[in-house]
Design a protein around this ligand. Sequence first.
Ligand SMILES: C[S@@+](CC[C@H](N)C(=O)[O-])C[C@H]1O[C@@H](n2cnc3c(N)ncnc32)[C@H](O)[C@@H]1O
Length: 327
Amino acid sequence: MAASWAEQLQRELAGRGLAVASIPGKGRGLVAARTFFPGEVIICQEPYVSTPNKILVGSSCDHCFVSNNLRKCSVCRVTWYCSSDCQKKEWKQHQLECRAMAALPEDRNKMLTPTIRLMVRLILKRKLQNEKVIPSSGIDNYYLVDVLESHISEVDENQLILYAQMANLVNLILPSLELDLKEIAHTFSKFACNAHTICDPELRPLGTGLYPVISIINHSCVPNAVLIFDGRTAYVRALQPISKDEEVSISYIETAAVTKKRHNDLKQYFFACACPRCVKVFKEDALLESYRCKNQACDGFLLPESGEKAYTCQKCNISRDEEEVKR
Ligand SMILES: C[S@@+](CC[C@H](N)C(=O)[O-])C[C@H]1O[C@@H](n2cnc3c(N)ncnc32)[C@H](O)[C@@H]1O
């Protein structure tokens, strides 16, 4: 079955001028099978599962993520919808979750964090697809989640304990299913390096979604594509011409930061970025920090030293303390 889902994925992607390929040092990656032009949509995908950020205060509709005219589901009193149309579209997926949440004790608010709820929805969607209550397709099936990178062997012990505790919570919410707690903990680790923050056009975070095809795209600090959202639909658009056989890349992090900050922000993904921007560290970082060396004979820039209240010129190595730089 796994092989046939993999073939179906390649077939679906080939129809969109894309392919999954093995990229040395990066695992899988998404590669263009034709030229894409700047602004062109490379791929768009609905989330396999998603959840709004502020679940219990009704910040957005569970289906379309708009924030107007929200009404609570009268059964579980957790989920919000903007219209009966959105509620109907979600019903097949919501009904099991609704029953489970309605049966929870009054203090359930503490349990139902967005990440826990994302996991509950993932487990229920797999069940519904296995039972053919809802359809699967080449880009919407659990196999795609199964093959996501987890980096579980690199996760530290405290985080593993947290994942195990979260798996236990999921088990409390879905007591009638025989859940494999170890597998759930493993899947939480997949969320950490694959789930996306869904943002509005002003880049305010609205929720979290798992888009397992978009998750095949690797990171670059000089990406050739960008990930944007319309509601909870994710679009990857080309930022520049992408030629046939070129790897598609997006940035997982805020690209305006200096190299050290970017590498720190990438820690949760367990790789050291070796994009062209990261290997040519110095010049750009100095410009981003933008403090000129005080030495008149030097045209270098001052960089902050980690953990110290001092700045050192990247060219002549002279250090200045923070007060002096501020002055
Ligand atoms: C969202 S997944 C991307 C797809 C992944 N390569 C796969 O095989 O499923 C993120 C993971 O891909 C790898 N990755 C992404 N960008 C990378 C890069 N620029 N260099 C090395 N590894 C990268 C890391 O293992 C990271 O945790």
